[in-house]
Design a protein around this ligand. Structure first.
Ligand SMILES: [Zn+2]
Length: 158
């Protein structure tokens, strides 16, 4: 087996729905021998990877699997209700994610503005040091000459 093949994880098998709306077993049309299929009728620990159509077919006839299909069919209505509830949950989570993205954009904008203000301050400090080293002039006058008061120090957080 090549390293590429070893990385493939088995697909999950799901039964199909017939014309009467019942779950029935059908060998998946895209059955991939290399990848194989797990059947969800078994617990996670007991999962077997079926890599042959014949062994998957034989599995369909086991008691455990037949009970699982019967359980799916008897709980169809519940699955429908659950599915609708999950759809609503997904929609509300999409909205929440979009709101969070807006908040993050806003914060990023503020951070960029603050970084720019810090850069400007560093430039002003450098100028101040140069000028005070050169002629020892009044520091407040030096800063005023370079319009340092125009820098926005309002680093408020909403
Ligand atoms: Zn099964």
């Amino acid at each position: 087996m090549s390293s590429f093949q070893a990385q493939l994880t088995p697909d999950t098998y799901y039964p199909s729905m017939n014309a009467e709306g019942n779950y029935v077993d059908v060998i998946p049309f895209n059955f991939n021998v290399v990848q194989g299929f797990y059947c969800p009728c078994r617990s996670r620990k007991e999962k077997i990877c079926f890599t042959k159509k014949t062994t998957l077919s034989a599995h369909f006839k086991t008691n455990n699997h037949e009970l699982w299909i019967a359980s799916l069919n008897s709980n169809k209505h519940n699955y429908l209700v659950e599915n609708e509830e999950l759809k609503k949950l997904v929609e509300s989570q999409k909205l929440q994610i979009s709101e969070q993205a807006k908040v993050i954009d806003k914060q990023n904008f503020k951070i960029t503005a603050q970084l720019n203000a810090i850069k400007s301050l560093n430039v002003m400090i450098e100028i101040y040091h140069k000028e005070t080293d050169n002629d020892n002039c009044n520091s407040i006058d030096t800063l005023n000459q370079h319009n340092i008061y125009l820098i926005d120090f309002n680093f408020y957080v909403v």
